[in-house]
Design a protein around this ligand. Structure first.
Ligand code: HXC
Length: 530
């Protein structure tokens, strides 16, 4: 069905303008209907909101200004001349979130399934051009059947133009993609090139090839949800950064996330009055670690006692739970928190945790967000699957990202910091500005038992009671090395502090780093191990 733009005859005298304005009003009213009442009903029946309802929920009240609502496609193949809707299936414009300006686009599934053709693509590209020039974040609300089949290669050009802009905008303005329906085929690569992907349970799905092609190629039956549902991407693939239970929650997440971020890479993140005293000590931190250093605990309990008001916005919280990354504030200023999580895999670094940590560091570094790292890791995870999966390549990303990051970097070694993982987790050697250790820290080449097995291989083999021998020698090794003092004597640890004073200490040193200036040697770009 084609929706004509209303054009009435021009009248004379001062009635002419009134008539034109009335025409414009009527036309604009029509524009709001998207694909029409039936399609809107179908959208609601799927438990989904319309593009305009979504925008209203996302942005500050009455702050949205639409751009290019009249744009239509210009294709006639497959009777497309009868499906020419103003807006071409995507609503674009600017608005405010928490009072700060942003650009956005919202795909309208009620118009030809939100499919992306030439003009639809051009509208999104235009938003990107404006956002990039003006240093404003872009938020994409995605709900689309993908490349518009009737437009053939022309629709692919639309995607290509968007991908290019996603990359140009990377590290310049924050980009957030909210998946609110299908996002399939090559279309997935636009969100994948943005900084954060938010998925909604039972509503979002993303895959390169759908269940049908998967079955043809592999013989395996699967469903949309099993293949690329929200949980899959939040827990297994690591493609999604946040999982929301509803569309409303997804929009709240966007608002919360933006509150931590600057509008572009030339700005600092906003400073918030959190009313949490900078000199607040937390007495309970002094007894928070278990006596047995092999016992797990939730590192979040430590982080929440240190950051402002116990607030942490975790990123990828369900993926690679052996590492924690997220945004918090210290004395009102945004920091990126990175921590090992002893509650899962003893906090060892594996392939997924390495990717998670490295990507987060690089985001923070691009957007002037200081890094605060809490270390408690026995090392990189051993295993054939890890070695064959490329833990060397992936683990190197952490070293690369920390070394390359020029934002303020502060590290607290809570407990274990062994071997390569000691170096990788923001050690002083990688250009970290301050490293502190709790008295419980154990900083050594490897854990005591593993060390004894190597140092006393022959003695162990001939010992009457090997377990006793192992125990005794491990204790000796631990007494010597499983502490922070040798590292502190070497100056690798700048101070050993009481756990309770961690918050004031970090805040104090971050204050000294507020004007930190550091630049990398001139180069086109480095070769991050991908
Ligand atoms: C044109 C499309 C379309 C598309 C949906 N529609 N996808 N039109 N091009 N890609 C139309 C439908 O024909 C229908 O029109 C309307 O949108 C609503 O779609 P339904 O199928 O009725 O909705 P639903 O049952 O919810 O199914 C949604 C869907 C399905 C799963 C997304 O429409 C679907 O499988 N679409 C095709 C997906 C796809 O293969 N896309 C190409 C991917 S390849 P009417 O007129 O009946 O209302 C790709 C390459 C990108 O995207 C490469 C970039 C580099």
């Amino acid at each position: 069905m084609s929706i004509p733009i209303i054009r009435r005859g021009i009248t004379v005298g001062d009635r002419k303008i009134n008539s034109l304005i009335n025409d414009l009003r009527a036309t604009k009213k029509k524009l709001l209907e998207g694909g029409g009442e039936e399609k809107i009903k179908a959208q609601h029946a799927k438990g989904k909101l319309t593009a305009r309802e979504r925008i209203n929920l996302l942005v500050d009240e009455n702050s949205f200004t639409e751009i290019n609502p009249f744009v239509k496609h210009r294709v006639n193949w497959f009777n497309m001349d009868k499906k020419r809707y103003p807006g071409d299936g995507v609503i674009t414009g600017f608005a405010r979130i928490n009072g700060r300006p942003i650009y956005l686009y919202a795909q309208d599934f009620t118009v030809i399934g939100g499919s992306l053709g030439e003009m639809h693509g051009k509208k999104i590209a235009r938003i990107y051009d404006l956002a990039l020039k003006n240093g404003m974040p872009v938020i994409g609300l995605i709900d689309s059947g993908g490349a518009r089949i009737q437009e053939g290669v022309i629709s692919l050009s639309g995607y290509g133009e968007i991908f290019y802009r996603n990359v140009m905008a990377s590290g310049v303005i924050p980009q957030i993609s909210v998946i609110l329906g299908p996002c399939a085929g090559g279309a997935v690569y636009s969100p994948a090139l943005t900084d954060f992907i938010i998925v909604v349970d039972k509503i979002s799905y993303m895959f390169v090839t759908g269940p049908q092609v998967t079955k043809e190629a592999t013989g395996l039956e699967t469903t949309f949800d099993e293949l690329g549902g929200a949980r899959v991407h939040a827990e297994k693939s690591g493609v999604a950064h946040f999982l929301a239970e509803s569309e409303e929650e997804a929009f709240m997440l966007v608002r919360e996330l933006l509150s931590y971020l600057p509008s572009n890479n030339m700005e600092d993140p906003p400073i918030v009055d959190t009313n949490d005293p900078a000199d607040r000590m937390d007495e309970e931190l002094n007894s928070i670690l278990p006596d047995d250093s092999n016992k797990p605990y939730d590192v979040r309990d430590i982080i929440l006692r240190i950051v402002d008001n116990g607030e942490l916005l975790e990123v990828q919280s369900l993926f690679a739970p052996n590492a924690i990354v997220g945004f918090a504030r210290l004395n009102g200023r945004t920091v990126g928190i990175i921590a090992n999580q002893p509650n899962y895999l003893a906090g060892a670094l594996d392939i997924d945790a390495s990717d998670k940590i490295a990507r987060f560091i690089r985001f923070c570094d691009a957007f002037n967000i200081p890094l605060v790292t809490f270390v408690d890791t026995p090392g990189f995870l051993p295993g054939i699957d890890q070695e064959h999966g490329g833990i060397i390549r992936h683990g190197a990303k952490i070293l690369y990202a920390y070394s390359e990051a020029t934002v303020p970097k502060v590290t607290i070694i809570l407990r274990k910091a062994y071997g390569g993982a000691y170096i990788a987790m923001s050690s002083l050697h990688l250009g970290t500005d301050y490293v502190f250790a709790w008295p419980t820290a154990e900083i050594a080449v490897m854990g005591p038992r593993a060390a004894v097995r190597i140092l006393y291989k022959r003695e162990l083999a001939s010992a009457d009671d090997p377990e006793r021998f192992l125990k005794d020698q491990s204790k000796k090794y631990a007494d010597l090395f499983a502490n922070p003092y040798i590292a502190a004597e070497m100056g690798y640890v700048n101070d050993i502090i009481e756990p309770r004073e961690t918050r004031p200490k970090i805040i104090k040193v971050l204050e000294t780093l507020e004007n930190k200036r550091e630049s990398l040697p001139p180069k086109k770009h480095g070769n991050v191990p991908l």
